[in-house]
Design a protein around this ligand. Structure first.
Ligand code: PBG
Length: 324
């Protein structure tokens, strides 16, 4: 027995623990997901995500101002609308809530804020799928890409810094890169939701964006099967080859193995999305008094970064920034 080895020496005080900590959280690592809704003048609470709201453009501007004051400088926007149609084309209008909010944010804060936009169709389609449907009611990959290209160009015209395609269509990164380069939007980047799993943890989000998938459907024909890990590495390889500037794993906490594996070979920055279900589970368990809210939030974010994420999309961004 090696009695002279005592790991507890490095745990004895807060000072020495801080000195040897392998993982540190920074405010600049956080990206706040935000919902902007057409036709509202005041923020609307989202019941399934206590503490999260749907914003008007004006209230989004104020929220970003507060966020910048807390030291967080990145946001990712989702649009919410009652105008839904078969192919989500309404979202491509230059006066849609997403485009208007993006340009107001950039006009107001300039480069102080880095603006991502989610790029998908489910929030805007009448059937709630992430793409357009074929005659059989299946999501038509290649026709969907045309819509993604149109939406990407529209978001780039509004001044978005980076688009984040979340639909899990094959070749979506290549199609969007081509569309952006065609309009000389070479500065606009792509954060690929490369390893996005078909997850029960998106449940609370569906209320946030008013999405119901028609006929009790699901997204398993395009999002990844959570039984698979190698498949995620393959998706990342494809997205890198197609020109992704950054890649993402989503959800985060149940997928730390995937994060760690991708980190090991992926040369570009890696984002993790701590999704609505992860958020609401922590909120409800802490409201019930079962866990400590602050400790659990910090532990969850630290674990995600320890596993290999360079930055984290989290609804806790503002709150957590106040603690670190
Ligand atoms: C699809 C999209 C979803 C989320 C982000 N983008 C939902 C889905 O794929 O069903 C979920 C985010 C969250 O749960 O916080 N556009």
């Amino acid at each position: 027995m090696e009695h002279f080895r005592r790991p507890r020496r490095l745990r004895a005080t807060a000072q020495v623990r801080d000195l040897v900590a392998e993982t540190r959280l920074h405010r600049q690592q956080f990206i706040l997901p935000m919902f902007v809704r057409e036709g509202i003048s005041h923020p609307v609470p989202i019941a399934s995500m206590p503490g999260v709201v749907q914003h008007s453009t004006a209230s989004a501007i104020e929220e970003v101002r507060a966020l910048l004051d807390c030291g967080v400088s990145s946001v990712l926007l989702f649009g919410v609308t009652d105008h839904k149609d078969e192919d989500g084309s309404y979202a491509c209008r230059s006066d849609f809530i997403l485009q208007r909010t993006i340009s107001e944010l950039k006009d107001t804060f300039g480069d102080s804020v880095f603006v991502f936009s989610d790029l998908c169709l489910d929030e805007y389609t009448s059937h709630g799928h992430c793409g357009v449907l074929d005659a059989m009611g299946r999501v038509d990959n290649d026709r969907t890409l045309l819509r993604y290209q149109e939406l990407a160009q529209s978001l780039a015209s509004a001044g978005v810094d980076m688009v984040a395609p979340s639909g899990m269509m094959d070749h979506q990164v290549a199609a969007i890169r081509e569309a952006l380069d065609d309009m000389h939007a070479t500065e606009c980047g792509i954060l690929a939701y490369s390893a996005k799993y078909a997850s029960a943890l998106y449940g609370p989000f569906r209320e946030a964006v008013d999405v119901q998938i028609a006929d009790g459907g699901d997204r398993r024909a395009y999002q990844q099967d959570y039984r698979n890990q190698r498949e995620a590495l393959h998706e990342v390889e494809l997205d890198l080859a197609e020109g992704a500037d950054m890649v993402m794993v989503k959800p985060a906490s149940y997928y730390l193995d995937v994060l760690a594996k991708i980190r090991a070979f992926c040369p570009v920055p890696l984002t993790a999305y701590q999704v609505s279900g992860e958020y609401s589970m922590i909120i409800s368990a802490s409201q019930a008094g079962f866990i400590d809210r602050k400790q659990t939030i910090i532990e969850s974010l630290t674990a995600i970064v320890r596993a290999g994420a360079d930055n984290v999309l989290t609804y806790f961004a503002k709150e957590a920034a106040g603690w670190i």
